[in-house]
Design a protein around this ligand. Structure first.
Ligand code: UDP
Length: 493
């Protein structure tokens, strides 16, 4: 049965407004909200999804709910639930199909289960929602709710779909056909990219991008000492001097030539504080493109060692000392993710086959996940220590790691093939987008050109941060939601 999630985050808009560079964004949000407040005064906005923790939606909802409440709106978060595990098997299959993967056969029994579980959960909302309220349903799991509740209640209904594929395949067609009867009853739909909108929703769909919270542990400003402290406390660098804070309980680990992981600074310092650093941080997922990136960097170094050095003295030094960091979650925390372990194992094997000279220039790093706060700080500090952040995904729904790095004024190297990166990065403006993430030559050449172009990197870095400020911070996201509310007939009246 569904349940309501208590959101008790202490963060307020006023906390953001204490930062000079966020004042205008907070004010813009407040201004946007003013005319809407009287229209929404007697209405509750019901956010509904299928999990209180884990995954991007559950990550984003607490900040959204808190800030909308702080603006003066009444917002509640409800999670649907069931004892019938088969329900989540069906919804997982639908999820995968929308990403173009899996067996496209969905049978009448799948539909029956999908509907019956949603009907049980609809009872929870029917007992609480009132005529005039706004229902925002996230992702496909609770999709049938709107149709079921509309039988008795006069609601404004919005479906927020966070997933999709920028290609039509038998798999995506099967999933969209299956969802059609439930999706078509919604007044409006919201997607993360225009490419993800199915044809039957295209007349009443809006794009709202995912967004980052600039005060979260992952994205907040870190001073010089704090950055060095996090890197040293987590074992990612050798402490350059005495530190106020003790080492973290769990350290980041680096792959050694023996194929085993050791505390990252055990065999000396990798050079995060001084060398040009190229970084990718992602889950160990085959579609994240770690292996082609490793290959491209290894070949790049090989090419240099065979005499391909630049004639420009400063750039030649960069080529000599630049290093690659590939980081992702500690395998212990992904034990229930055999695919992730497999991807990491393949990288380990590839790394072990490299020339020792080249191994030295590449760090495959696992970040402990036991403390979400420490993990977020490690990601934050690693991104800040990078000259270039790569997101070499072959497919990518959005790619929050890109917005995170752009916000920190780090230029991005990604590609046009994946849909998410091209929503965020403008080629030659915020970084570079290549055509093919599996092309070692294109990756190496673009990386080298970016490293050589010191002035360009500074321009891309500044543009990247401004773009995140305008489009991918939580304030911009909430402004989009408020604009959408304002245009819906019942709320505009
Ligand atoms: N991430 C993390 N620790 C890791 C690897 C990734 O905190 O070891 C974070 C990363 O900073 C980002 C999120 O996981 O916030 C990944 O989101 P993204 O949209 O890039 O990809 P997804 O994993 O959702 O496919």
């Amino acid at each position: 049965m569904a349940f309501q999630v208590e959101v008790r985050s202490p963060i307020r808009l006023a906390d953001f407004a204490e930062f000079a560079h966020l004042v205008a964004a907070v004010q813009a949000l407040q201004t946007e909200a003013q005319p809407l407040l009287p229209k929404l005064a007697d209405r509750t906005i019901w956010m509904v999804n299928s999990t209180p923790t884990g995954g991007g939606v559950a990550e984003m909802l607490p900040t959204m709910v808190t800030l909308l409440r702080d603006l003066g709106l009444r917002v509640e978060w409800v999670v649907i639930d069931t004892e019938e595990r088969g329900f989540f098997d069906v919804t997982k299959r639908i999820h995968n199909l929308l990403h173009g993967q899996g067996d496209p056969r969905l049978v009448p029994a799948d539909r029956e289960l999908f509907e019956s579980v949603n009907r049980q959960n609809a009872a929870f909302l029917r007992a609480r929602a009132r005529d005039g309220d706004v229902l925002i349903v996230h992702d496909p799991q609770p999709l049938p709710l709107a149709g079921m509740l509309q039988e008795e209640l006069d609601l404004t209904t919005i479906w927020r779909c966070h997933i999709g594929l920028d290609d039509e395949t038998p798999a995506t067609r099967a999933a969209w056909e299956f969802l059609h009867p439930y999706a078509r009853v919604y007044e409006h739909a919201v997607f993360s990219a225009p490419e993800y909108i199915p044809h039957y929703l295209s007349s009443h769909a809006t794009i709202i991008y995912p967004a980052i919270d600039p005060l979260s542990f992952k994205n907040r400003e870190l001073g010089l000492h704090h950055t060095v402290g996090v890197l040293a406390n987590s074992g990612l660098t050798v402490a350059p001097g005495p530190l106020v804070t003790p080492p973290y309980e769990r350290l980041a680990e680096r792959l050694g030539p023996d194929g085993r992981f050791h505390p990252a600074n055990l065999t000396g310092d990798f050079g995060l504080l001084t060398r040009p650093i190229v970084t990718q941080i992602s889950r160990w997922d085959g579609l994240k493109g770690f292996e082609p990136l490793l290959d491209a960097f290894a070949r790049y170094k090989q090419r240099l060692l065979q005499g391909g050095w630049s004639d420009h003295p400063r750039h030649r030094i960069r080529q000599e000392i630049v290093r690659l960091v590939l980081a992702g979650p500690d395998p212990e925390s992904i034990q229930d993710d055999p695919e992730g372990q497999g991807v990491l194992n393949a990288l380990v094997e590839r790394y072990r086959s490299l020339d020792p000279l080249i191994q030295e220039s590449i760090a495959i790093v696992t970040l402990p996940m036991q403390s979400p706060e420490e993990n977020a700080y490690m990601v934050n500090a690693l991104q800040r220590a990078s000259s270039i952040v790569v997101q070499n995904s072959l497919r990518e729904g959005f790619g929050l790691t890109i917005a995170e790095a752009m916000w920190k004024r780090v230029p991005i190297l990604s590609n046009r093939q994946a849909c998410g990166p091209r929503q965020q990065v403008r080629d030659g403006v915020d970084g570079r987008l290549i055509a093919d993430p599996t092309s070692a030559r294109e990756l190496a050449d673009t990386l080298d050109a970016m490293l050589a172009d010191e002035a360009g990197r500074q321009v891309w870095a500044r543009n990247a941060q401004r773009r995140v400020y305008n489009r991918f911070l939580v304030f911009a996201q909430l402004c989009e939601w408020l604009r959408l509310f304002a245009q819906l007939p019942r709320l505009a009246a």
